[in-house]
Design a protein around this ligand. Structure first.
Ligand SMILES: Cc1cc2c(cc1C)N(C[C@H](O)[C@H](O)[C@H](O)COP(=O)(O)O)c1[nH]c(=O)[nH]c(=O)c1N2
Length: 250
């Protein structure tokens, strides 16, 4: 291949306007980001229509990926029997997890509801095919896990699009890395990245549920923003105002 063959001139000339969105569209993006919640309870039983599901998957499939390797695959679980098998695994692992906490914290953990595998009408398992893109992938030459990060970007796109559609998503990770391989018939070169419970919701917690249940608290943005010497970038934030996203309660 010559240097001239390296470029698809027509595709390379294509551009779209890159200015800011109009105010309403911009606010809608921030609103989806700020009001997205992890849903464990409160799924409505109504099935997610195919056209809506296609939009969510298309949003996920727009995600950035290392070397454009698009390592994700989406496994749709609507069949209750398979989901029951997953729920059994998660129940067993959840008991092991509870035993890892001490005393009152373990009791607190047991009172949390941490999955909606059977109460949601649809589960989506997002996996990464670790062989996709070949042996040497642009951008993955020195960090082998960046394919997993790419798949996580797809999960976040799915989650935000779902918020815009009135669909709740709950991420379940209380199982060991290879626990789902047999149930889902996955080959060894595929890694489970996210197991998502998906269904319509008509109300969402305003704050993360783990905050409402006094398990953990949100960290001020100023506490996690640093300058180049690992010092606080405190000049950037008015501590009182903290996160510059709108406060949403509707
Ligand atoms: C990688 C990963 C894995 C999990 C989660 C999230 C992520 C990113 N979360 C959801 C998590 O608890 C939740 O995102 C935080 O509590 C913040 O709440 P909101 O997402 O803002 O509602 C989650 N929640 C849960 O109930 N059971 C779980 O197993 C998991 N696992």
């Amino acid at each position: 291949m010559t240097a001239a063959d390296d470029i698809d001139d027509e595709a390379d000339r294509e551009r779209s306007p890159a200015g800011p969105f109009d105010a309403a569209s911009r606010d809608a993006v921030y609103r989806a980001i700020a009001s997205r919640r992890d849903v464990r309870n409160e799924f409505l039983p109504d099935p997610v229509p195919d056209d809506l599901l296609r939009r969510l998957l298309a949003a996920a499939h727009c995600a950035p990926s290392v070397g454009l390797s698009q390592p994700w695959s989406f496994i749709l679980l609507r069949d209750v029997q398979t989901r029951r098998a997953v729920a059994d695994i998660v129940a067993r692992r959840n008991e092991e997890a509870a035993a890892m906490f001490e005393g009152a914290r373990a009791e607190h953990y047991r009172r949390l509801k941490l999955e909606g595998i059977l109460t949601s009408p649809l589960n989506v398992c997002v996996v990464a095919d670790r062989a996709r893109g070949g042996l040497v992938v642009l951008g993955r030459t020195h960090q082998s896990d960046v394919d997993l990060y790419s798949a996580v970007c797809a999960v976040q796109n799915f989650w935000l699009a779902a918020r815009a559609e009135g669909v709740g998503v709950g991420w379940v990770s209380i199982f060991a890395p290879d626990d789902l391989h047999e149930v889902l018939g996955l080959p060894d070169h595929v890694a489970v990245v996210a197991y998502l419970c998906v269904g319509f919701v008509d109300r969402l917690h305003v704050r993360p549920e783990l905050e409402a249940r006094r398990w953990a608290e949100r960290t001020p943005l100023a506490d996690v923003t640093f300058d180049e010497r690992w010092g606080r970038a405190s000049d950037l934030f008015d501590r009182e105002a903290d996160a510059p996203l709108p406060t949403l309660s509707d």
